[in-house]
Design a protein. Structure first.
Length: 56
């Protein structure tokens, strides 16, 4: 199930704002994309290692 935050695309609204505000400086986009990737990896790891409650 996707949340409402996922509707901005795989890179989030930060990448869209950076490219719209500063189209002549593409090097600024790299830190935004790197942060987005690290954030998604951390969230994936946090949800993967969450303990499952025992049934019963």
């Amino acid at each position: 199930m996707r949340s409402s935050r996922d509707t901005a695309g795989p890179h989030g609204p930060g990448a869209v704002l950076i490219t719209t505000a500063m189209p002549d400086r593409p090097q600024i986009l790299l830190p935004v994309l790197a942060f987005s990737l690290l954030q998604k990896l951390a969230a994936s790891r946090a949800t993967r290692w969450r303990p499952v409650p025992a049934a019963g």
